[in-house]
Design a protein around this ligand. Structure first.
Ligand SMILES: [Zn+2]
Length: 386
């Protein structure tokens, strides 16, 4: 009886060991079959990160349209495996609107895509500079920093530094037709409550870009109809092309309200609603910026919600879309001619938000809580100036 029992026990032991061995082998097979195309930024990899380095920029060295064109060409020459530069269309005065696409070209796996643009308002120089600074930061740290390397392996980052090149050259908010491009998108278009008016050029000839009504505010020309302007058509077409490339988030950069904002909430005849899940993700991301950077949450007071790019992007493609108001303290946000200073400082303040969104690209794509913390270089974000 005991012998039989012992035999049974041995048999069970062998069976148990075999099952463990089989499980280990089977799990190993499954792991081997996992494709490198699995799109994940896992937390352990980020914890093993090495310090990254910052671009070697100097205060006062701003990049106008021609210098931006040169720096993008230089990136292409220096990083042929990471950079593609192409024109998405032409401005009113015929300038190419350049886009730089940054990704590890040698990695052919399916990737997320995202879009960052700047200078939709031409006088908001820091918005364009932040785009170039981000591009520079990603390029100099690829294969040196684990986080950046992961990002470029799983993402295609489309950056349009100067969406309004004519306005940038003239240091003006509007494009060369006198249109506020960030009121020209097909969402809540031309609303007086949004402090915009749907006019275009008067009699097809006279520019009326905007006017100030004392104690009420500034009203700005939205164009005769949505997408009347070549610049908005160009960026709209780019977004449509990203929709088929796992489009995961959009950041529309401005100067200088010191805010990160999600899509505007419009109470009167809203053309889109946000689900609770979407609202939670946007709130989480903007709150993260408030708690970890100098940037706060936009309170949506002041007629923000008329014809703007992030609202349209969210309405059309349902991707997390943000207005990012980059700081520059003495800057005049409306009519240009403002002071620009402390360039390197402001650029350092922008990196945490960009890196936060990039390390969370998988979460953002799926509208999951973006709770991965980005490792940042030393001195980022810098202590506030004042
Ligand atoms: Zn702006």
């Amino acid at each position: 009886m005991t012998k039989i029992y012992n035999n049974k026990l041995s048999y069970l032991k062998v069976l148990f060991l075999c099952s463990i061995l089989f499980t280990v082998m089977f799990t190993g097979c499954v792991e081997e079959e996992q494709k490198p195309g699995e799109k994940e930024l896992s937390a352990p990899e980020i914890q093993l990160d090495q310090p990254s380095i910052l671009p070697n920029w100097k205060d006062g060295e701003y990049h106008d349209y021609y210098e931006t064109t040169d720096i993008l060409s230089d990136f292409k020459v220096k990083y042929p495996d990471l950079v593609n530069v192409f024109s998405i269309g032409k401005s009113v005065l015929g300038k190419d609107i350049w886009c730089i696409r940054i990704t590890n070209e040698n990695n052919n796996q399916a990737k997320f895509s995202c879009l960052v643009d700047g200078c939709i308002h031409g006088c908001e120089w820091e918005a364009g500079e932040a785009c170039l600074y981000l591009a520079d930061y990603l390029l100099i740290n690829f294969r040196k920093n684990a986080t950046v390397t992961n990002i470029l392996n799983i993402s295609e980052i489309f950056i349009v530094p100067l969406l309004n090149p004519d306005g940038r050259q003239k240091d003006e908010r509007w494009n060369d037709n006198g249109i506020d491009l960030n009121r020209n998108f097909d969402v809540h278009f031309g609303r007086i409550l949004g402090r915009s008016f749907p006019l275009g050029k008067l009699f097809g000839k006279i520019k009326i870009s905007g006017f100030r009504i004392p104690k009420i505010g500034i009203f700005t020309n939205a164009g005769r109809r949505p997408f009347s302007e070549p610049e908005t058509q160009a960026i709209g077409d780019l977004m449509k092309s990203l929709y088929n490339r796992d489009f995961s988030f959009y950041v529309n950069c401005h100067t200088a309200l010191r805010k990160l904002a999600g899509p505007s909430t419009v109470t009167f005849r809203s053309q889109f609603e946000m689900t609770k899940k979407e609202r939670n993700v946007i709130d989480y991301a903007t709150k993260w910026a408030e708690e970890n950077t100098e940037y706060g949450v936009y309170d949506n007071i002041g007629g923000f919600g008329s014809g703007n790019a992030p609202d349209w992007c969210f309405k059309e493609f349902r991707v997390p879309s943000f207005t990012y108001e980059i700081l520059s303290i003495d800057y005049e946000p409306w009519f240009g001619g403002g002071r620009h200073d402390h360039l390197v400082h402001w650029m350092k303040t922008t990196l945490p938000v960009f890196m936060y969104l990039l390390v969370n690209i998988n979460n953002l794509h799926q509208w999951k809580t973006p709770d991965i913390q980005p490792p940042l270089p030393e001195g980022v974000p810098p202590p506030p100036l004042h």
